[in-house]
Write a protein of this length. Structure first.
Length: 320
């Protein structure tokens, strides 16, 4: 067999084997995606519920404060009020009070630990470098908490201040597994390591698309504070002991932990979706390449047969 035909056969066999591997990887990613999507949906329900509860309690406390000060209870007066001051000192105030001077900004950046996930990692890293430039322009010190070895290695290589890193998060992370990361991030904020904390990750939209997202986690400002929430609190008739402030002191850290965990779970879901899409694309490309190589092989065989027939006929004619 001519060398060219043999090489084509070897290439076809090699590409077919690669296609089998990428197809297997796609199926694994699809299975992991299904698991994380299911857990993400269930946890979103919990996170929304605790957010509403905190909003109702804080709104009720603020409305009671305004009534005690003989101030008209309306949305304008609530918006003017620095509601963190209502609770006095302690962790409650620290979790919701924006600091007067922002000298340092913390970024909890979630990436993966491996490649073969399409643009999942590069999308996050590219956007983060832009955010770092903006922070430096505002004279804010940048401190990064890197979840995922890809991000940690990239930031260190680019001389970004990485104050915490964690790799090896499982493909379907549990709250207990992520709790040390979350607790460390909150503890650093309360100890003044940074004055605000943003969580940066890839949000899972669907199996084919995702979006880079930046969410301010600390101080907690993403709450629905208003008259309607206070009325909802009264209608639900919460049984609160010993008092609202004590309950909020416990609930606010729990809300922060659940929100950060939700972001990590969302990011993992997006990673599996990106990996599944990338492996599907690789499998399709392998199949297309096999088809092209098979066509070349058939043409080469046809050319070889035609040449051999021509030589036989020429030889027979020469003998006549």
């Amino acid at each position: 067999m001519p060398a060219s035909l043999l090489e084509l056969k070897k290439k076809i066999a090699s590409v077919k084997q690669t296609g089998k591997i990428t197809e297997a990887m796609r199926m694994v990613s699809a299975s992991k995606l299904s698991q994380t999507e299911k857990r993400d949906k269930g946890y979103t329900v919990y996170n929304d519920h605790i957010r509403k509860t905190v909003s109702h309690l804080m709104s009720s406390q603020i409305v009671d404060h305004l009534k005690g000060e003989n101030v008209s209870v309306d949305e304008k007066n609530i918006a003017k009020l620095d509601y963190a001051d209502v609770f006095g000192l302690g962790i409650t105030s620290d979790m919701v009070q924006e600091r007067k001077e922002i000298k340092s900004t913390g970024y909890l950046v979630i990436t993966g630990d491996r490649g073969l996930v399409g643009s999942y990692n590069s999308q996050v890293l590219k956007n983060m470098m832009g955010l770092f430039e903006d922070s430096k322009a505002e004279n804010k010190d940048v401190k990064v908490l890197a979840v995922g070895s890809v991000g940690a290695q990239f930031f260190k290589k680019n001389n970004v201040n990485v104050i915490y890193e964690k790799a090896g998060i499982s493909d379907v992370p549990t709250f207990d597994e992520v709790l040390p990361i979350v607790s460390t991030a909150i503890k650093m904020y309360l100890n003044g390591v940074y004055d605000e904390l943003y969580v940066c990750y890839t949000h899972h939209v669907n199996s084919l698309s995702s979006a880079f997202r930046v969410e301010k986690m600390l101080p907690i400002v993403d709450l629905d504070i208003g008259v309607k929430e206070a009325e909802a609190h009264q209608e639900l008739e919460y049984d609160i002991k010993p008092d609202i402030n004590t309950v909020l002191t416990s609930l606010l850290p729990q809300y922060a932990r659940s929100t950060i965990y939700g972001a990590i779970l969302d990011a993992k879901t997006a990673e599996h979706a990106s990996s599944m899409t990338a492996m599907q694309s690789a499998t399709d490309n392998a199949n297309d390449l096999v088809d092209n190589l098979t066509t070349k092989l058939n043409r080469a065989r046809q050319a070889q047969i035609t040449t051999e027939i021509t030589e036989i006929i020429s030889g027979a004619n020469a003998l006549e």
